[in-house]
Design a protein. Structure first.
Length: 312
């Protein structure tokens, strides 16, 4: 049953049938995931299993559309491949309108205000700002000032957008918890398509080349989110050195850098090698445009992985 949140008392109704027919399996879904999660937690504890359905990965896109990996197909995926319906729409404007109106705006301006005391237009403005600046460091004070809202409201909205799986907050591993919660964080949109469609005018736009680094960074983050069970953080030291991601799992750390450029130079690895030396790590990953293979550099085994090889 889709869009279950629009049915009054749906959770009580499901509880009744679950208790009456213990073997019955019912699949429910809806765009307002926070609404479903909250309602289910209240009355369906122990009776429901939650599954977060994220946008499609690159491998899924190729399989569903019977396509082979290529530079143009990878670019198509980054632009509109996360949502199967977008493939059917004829032009850039139609694809952009669908994502903005029927994926994001519907949730933040229609569904969420019914669940929480929020202003849909403020949420929508924040989401647009965060998506177009996906992967950049934000500070609450500046974000609140840009949107004309209180800092506490900005924090509340960030958590709300994260709870609905529209964005993710990634914190600086190099800061303590108190400092971390107050200051440095990166925000990534849950959809690289939304980032591309909202900030780039066409697939051949010059802006594409200028923004490709952040686009790939968002793509890599969401790939890690789908494939990894560990925590994803970043590392930054005094605005001098930075590693894009550190995957922390079972007490182990894997630093990951995104270097999506035509030619990779030795100095491009300085930050990740410095971090590995500092933390006494022997393995790292660099996501590239072309270079592939495993090389040992400075005592660190680095897995060079082209971005289009990150498939689900």
């Amino acid at each position: 049953m889709d869009e279950i949140q629009y049915v009054d008392g749906w959770n009580s109704l499901l509880k009744y049938y679950f208790d009456l027919y213990p073997q019955l399996k019912i699949v429910v879904s809806g765009s307002a995931s926070l609404f479903i999660h909250t309602s289910a937690k209240e009355s369906l504890a122990g009776r429901i299993q939650e599954l977060v359905m994220r946008p499609m990965g690159y491998g899924e896109y190729l399989r569903i559309n019977s396509k082979e990996d290529s530079e143009i197909n990878f670019r198509h995926y980054l632009s509109w491949g996360e949502f199967p319906y977008l493939e059917k729409l004829p032009g850039w404007e139609e694809k952009s309108e669908y994502v903005n109106e029927f994926v994001f705006k519907k949730v933040v301006e229609h569904d969420l205000p019914k669940l929480k005391k929020v202003y849909g237009n403020e949420l929508s403005n924040m989401l647009k700002l965060l998506i177009t600046h996906s992967g950049q460091i934000i500070e609450i004070q500046n974000l609140a000032a840009d949107l004309g809202i209180a800092q506490n409201t900005a924090r509340e909205y960030l958590k709300l957008l994260e709870d609905t799986h529209l964005i993710s907050q990634v914190f600086n591993l190099g800061l303590g918890f108190r400092t971390r919660s107050m200051k440095q964080r990166k925000v990534y949109g849950s959809s690289v398509n939304a980032q591309v469609l909202s900030s780039i005018g066409s697939i051949d736009s010059e802006i594409w080349s200028k923004d490709i680094g952040l686009i790939i960074e968002t793509f890599v983050y969401n790939h890690l989110l789908r494939k990894s069970s560990g925590d994803i953080v970043f590392w930054r030291q005094r605005q001098v050195r930075e590693v894009d991601f550190v995957l922390v799992s079972s007490g182990e750390k894997l630093p990951i850098e995104v270097k999506y450029q035509n030619q990779l130079k030795r100095k491009d690895l300085d930050n990740i090698l410095y971090y590995c030396e500092k933390e006494k790590l022997k393995k790292a990953m660099v996501v590239t445009k072309f270079e592939s293979g495993v090389k040992k550099i400075g005592g660190v085994k680095i897995d060079f992985r082209p971005a289009n090889m990150l498939m689900d």
